[in-house]
Design a protein around this ligand. Structure first.
Ligand code: PLP
Length: 488
């Protein structure tokens, strides 16, 4: 009786294991969709202004009924790609783009088909070793010793959170000490650091905004003075967060000087290089004779670095990394020994991601980076990163030719600019309307920011698909926009 019932249920769930013919037919449809998408990208807008974006999805409810793949893909197409921002477009020059190189998808595909487990070395030695090799490769890039490790996360926010929790525990901040513990950062630090402080239980800690120089970099002498004053008042400085490429302006804090101060006072020194870190691969000279690599000097003296392969390695969204010099500290905050895991305890040839992050069951996200790196080698990535720096410099010069005012010379591939209208009307309002003009045109997408009450438009060049064509188009859109807005 029971056997019969079980057999009936197996039969009824048969579709969960499609036949080879069914798989091939699905593959072909998805393949057509994906390649049609990539091949038509040059004609797609980077941004679509539409009323009620993605509204049609509500008419396509999860009603529990099976549907043909063609219908499902059709709904996806209209609701996913014809509204809002198109992050795969080379015209995406807002926020921090990346683009999503195709081999990322092949890595994800194989990771999902094999359902490889990347949580614990005992269960997934190949996957865990590949992830650890990737992490050690990035550790080498930032100048960490071979004993450093870290974790591949979903993105920079989780990477920063893992670093924050590790710093908190490593510096032995217990609940009684939270109120007198001091964290130093600048107003330009990414907001995920503030989230990490709150999630990490330290919302009541003292958070000091260190003043910045005129290029939005942390003023190291001001930091030194603040720390000394806090020590004199009996507070406990325990963490300084520097940025290696801020999101707003691409500024890199003076890492060497910050390292000196952190060392002197026994503070944890964290560098958020989520956006900028991979520019360590670029060989580009600066106008003053220094190099872009020089700007990162001192990063090797930090305790932890957050770095985002889904930005600077151009991978599709879903891969950040935290690198931690003292991996034992990371482990102390994140490991657990549950009885039902007892078979796994002794297989420690490689440290396991599950002991170095909040995750346990974890898909093999490293494959989306390992496969492209092995397939293409590092050279195309280096060249693309160098191209991005030069594109930003090219734009920085050209936009001034159009009469725009600019922010600091770009250290990496982000710059800020705004048009000051000649008739003396409100510049913030003018630039807000100028951004709207660019968004309505749609071929290129840029975003804006507010620095000290001034509305600045940003350019963030980091999609591998952004080339001279996109920058020239943007310049043309701005030229027309200014002409149009000055007339009315
Ligand atoms: C993007 C970014 C983050 C956040 O990373 P996510 O991958 O978006 O979670 C943190 N810091 C900086 C400097 C960033 O540019």
């Amino acid at each position: 009786m029971l056997r019969k019932k079980i057999e009936q249920l197996a039969e009824a769930s048969q579709q969960l294991e499609p036949s080879p013919e069914q798989r091939q037919s699905w593959d072909a449809a998805v393949h057509d969709y994906a390649h049609g998408y990539i091949d038509s990208l040059p004609t797609w807008k980077a941004y679509h202004v539409v009323d009620n974006p993605a509204a049609a999805l509500l008419d396509f409810p999860l009603d529990g009924q099976p549907k043909p793949l063609e219908q499902v893909l059709g709904v996806l197409k209209t609701n996913l790609h014809e509204a809002g921002l198109n992050p795969a477009s080379g015209g995406h020059l807002g926020y921090i783009p990346g683009g999503g190189i195709y081999p990322t998808a092949l890595g994800d595909y194989l990771a999902a088909v094999t359902n490889a487990y990347a949580g614990i070395f005992f269960g997934g030695p190949g996957a865990v070793r590949i992830e650890n090799m990737l992490i050690r490769w990035m550790c080498e890039l930032v100048g960490y010793p071979a004993t450093a490790l870290g974790n591949l996360s979903s993105g920079g926010s989780i990477a920063n959170l893992i670093a924050f929790v590790t710093a908190r525990d490593s510096k032995k901040i217990t609940s009684r000490q939270v109120r007198k513990s001091v964290i130093y950062l600048t107003e330009q630090v990414h907001h995920c650091v503030h989230k990490a402080i709150r999630i990490g239980g330290m919302a009541e800690a003292v958070v000091r905004n260190v003043p910045m120089d005129n290029r939005f970099r942390m003023d190291a002498s001001a930091l030194a003075r603040m720390v000394e004053q806090d020590v004199a008042e009996g507070k406990k400085p325990f963490l300084v967060v520097a940025s290696a490429g801020t999101t707003d302006t691409g500024a890199v804090d003076p890492l060497e000087s910050v390292a000196d101060i952190a060392e002197q006072h026994g503070m944890w020194f964290h560098v958020d290089a989520a956006y900028g870190g991979f520019f360590l691969l670029a060989d580009v000279e600066n106008p003053d004779g220094s190099t872009v690599k020089d700007v990162f000097k001192g990063i090797e003296r930090s305790d932890s670095v957050a770095i985002d392969p889904h930005k600077g390695m151009f991978l599709a969204y879903g891969l950040g990394a935290i690198l931690i010099k003292d991996v034992q500290a990371q482990m102390a905050s994140h490991y657990y020994r549950a009885n039902y895991m007892q078979d796994t305890f002794d297989a420690n040839e490689e440290l396991s991601p599950a002991d170095l992050s909040p995750e346990l069951t974890k898909h093999f996200r490293g494959l989306r980076m390992w496969l492209p790196l092995q397939l293409l080698g590092i050279q195309p990535f280096k060249s693309a990163l160098e191209e991005k720096i030069l594109l930003c410099r090219y734009f920085y010069e050209a936009i001034q030719q159009l009469g725009f005012e600019v922010g600091p010379y770009p250290e990496l591939s982000v710059c800020t600019y705004r048009y000051v209208p000649r008739d003396g009307s409100d510049a913030n309002d003018f630039n807000r309307r100028l951004v709207e003009h660019v968004q309505h045109d749609g071929r290129i997408f840029v975003s804006s920011t507010n620095i000290g009450g001034v509305f600045w438009i940003r350019l963030a060049v980091l999609s591998f698909r952004t080339h001279l064509r996109e920058i020239d188009t943007l310049l043309e859109v701005f030229k027309n926009g200014v002409e149009k807005l000055e007339k009315c």
